[in-house]
Every structure is written in structure tokens, then in C-alpha cells.
Design a protein around this ligand. Structure first.
Ligand code: ADP
Ligand code: MG
Length: 263
């Protein structure tokens, strides 16, 4: 399977899902790839991080999922070249209830995405820290999943639950879904537990862990306020920028390897 739709998921909050979604999307768009970023967190962190107005109640992932508008009408420009966004709104909380009785409710996003897939090289889905019907829709619609994992003691919490969920999805709803990679985030070189967790993950999950890891860098916190993603700051000495740049190269390398294997 050559991945086009990639979910960034982990049901734990604050592990770097949104940061990874935004920096990967913006970085790949800067390299000329046509990117769609779908924000499926009702807290709309991606939408906010990119400085997109939250006025689009009828142009949002909520509107698309509940059928208020065709999904192609829910796409808004990000203001950055090659990058479109389907924003989120707090209404998305309601979708969890509104979709309970929908038929084939796990496949709603997957079916809708078919229409717009040809427009993009990659579609990233920033998932919320939960596993309700909206995130399940995101995973079912995806070809692969990137799992950001915080290099902290409690980072491992919930990891097994997510892997079990992926297994259930693979056996029942989405056999082709695979783990693109586990991304170690907020790595602190000076903390022994950070190094220990990284080593443990590499022993346990081997090739499934990206070679690239993201160090802890205060620039990420500044970028939330400035609404300029670290990857787009042009600060070439930024360790955060360098790390996401390396991640993009590793992602593209894996992608091209899959393409060559297919050919
Ligand atoms: P999630 O989407 O998983 O909840 P976020 O990407 O929003 O996580 O990150 C949570 C917080 O941590 C944000 O304030 C973000 O700016 C910060 N952050 C993310 N990655 C890093 C990092 N590598 N170093 C320092 N802070 C980070
Ligand atoms: Mg988030």
C-alpha cells in the first residue's frame, strides 16, 4: 500500500500530535507536495496553529461528517502555498452523538474522502486524544498511522490500547491500515528516563520507530503564540526545525521505497 491518507494519532493528549501534523504538512507543502490537513480535534488546535479563522461553521470537518455540506466545500486555503485545510470547530463534539445512528458510521469519512483524494499528494488527519466515532472514522479512512509518543514515563500509557485498537480495526474495518511509524517526541537528552524510554521503544518496536526523534525545544511553545510553525520559521539553527526536516526526509524515503516495491 502506498500511503496517501495518514492519521496522526495517540489517545493521550499533549504528546505532539498537532505539532507533528502541522510541521509535516507545512514542511511537505514547502517542498512542493499538495497537502490537505484535516483537523478532527474539537479543540481545533491545528486550525488555530495555522492562524485560520474559526468562523467557518459550515466549512468544517463537522459539516462534512454530518452532511451539512459536501466535503469539497469544507476545504479552506491555509494561506500557505500547496496547503489546504479542513478546519475543526467545537461543534464536532456533537458529531459523536449525531453519528451514533448513522448507517456504516465508521466509513463516513473514508467514503467522503474518495472525492477529494485525487487533488492531493498527501492528506494528514490530526486526531483528538480519544477513540470515539470521529477518531475511528479517521483511522478507517487512513492508509497508515503515525503515532507520536512522548519520551516520558507516562508516555507509554495507552500505547498498548492504541495498538490493540489498530489490530481490531485491521481485522474488522480496515485490513490495509499499517503503522507508518512511532515518533518519539519531546526527547530530553539530559534526562535519563528519556534515554531509557527511547531505548526501550527501539528494542520493543524496532523498525516501527522512526530513526528521527523530536527533541524538546521551547521554539514549539513560541510557535503556538506566533502561529508560525517551527518548520516555516527559517531559523536554520533551530533543533526543532532540523528534527522535523529530518522526519520529512525519512517519511519520503519510506514512501519512495514503498513506491519502488510496488513498481
Ligand atoms: P497533542 O496534539 O498530542 O495534544 P501538541 O502537539 O498540541 O500535542 O503539543 C502539546 C504542547 O507541547 C504544545 O504546547 C506544543 O507546543 C508543545 N510541544 C510539542 N512538541 C514539543 C517539543 N518537541 N518540544 C517542546 N514542546 C513541544
Ligand atoms: Mg492536538
Amino acid at each position: 500500500m502506498i500511503p496517501k491518507v495518514i492519521a496522526i494519532s495517540n489517545q493521550k493528549g499533549g504528546v505532539g500530535k498537532t505539532t507533528t501534523s502541522v510541521n509535516l504538512s507545512v514542511g511537505l507543502a514547502m517542498r512542493g507536495y499538495k497537502i490537505l490537513l484535516i483537523d478532527t480535534d474539537y479543540q481545533a488546535s491545528c486550525t488555530v496553529a495555522l492562524g485560520i479563522d474559526l468562523e467557518y461553521d459550515n466549512k468544517s470537518i463537522y459539516a462534512a461528517l454530518v452532511g451539512l455540506a459536501p466535503i469539497q466545500d469544507c476545504i479552506v486555503p491555509s494561506g500557505r502555498k500547496n496547503l489546504d485545510v479542513i478546519p475543526s470547530t467545537h461543534h464536532l463534539v456533537g458529531a459523536e452523538i449525531e453519528l451514533i445512528t448513522a448507517t456504516e458510521r465508521e466509513f463516513i469519512l473514508s467514503e467522503k474522502l474518495e472525492v477529494i483524494k485525487p487533488l492531493y499528494d498527501f492528506i494528514f488527519i490530526d486526531c483528538p486524544p480519544s477513540l470515539g466515532i470521529v477518531p475511528i472514522n479517521s483511522l478507517v479512512a487512513s492508509d497508515s498511522i503515525i503515532i507520536p509518543l512522548q519520551c516520558e514515563f507516562f508516555g507509554l500509557e495507552g500505547m498498548q490500547m492504541l495498538l490493540d485498537t489498530i489490530k481490531i480495526l485491521q481485522s474488522r474495518l480496515r485490513p490495509e491500515l499499517y503503522v507508518e511509524g512511532i515518533l518519539m517526541t519531546m526527547f530530553d537528552d539530559e534526562a535519563e528516563f528519556s534515554r531509557k524510554i527511547m531505548a526501550l521503544m527501539r528494542t520493543e518496536f524496532k523498525d516501527e520507530v522512526f530513526d528521527t526523534f523530536i527533541p524538546r525545544d521551547p521554539d514549539f511553545i513560541d510557535s503556538t503564540a506566533s502561529q508560525i510553525p517551527v518548520i516555516a520559521t527559517g531559523k536554520m539553527d533551530s533543533i526543532g526545525l532540523k528534527a522535523y526536516d529530518r522526519l520529512i526526509l525519512e517519511f519520503l524515503e519510506k514512501y519512495n521505497l514503498r513506491k519502488r516495491k510496488r513498481a
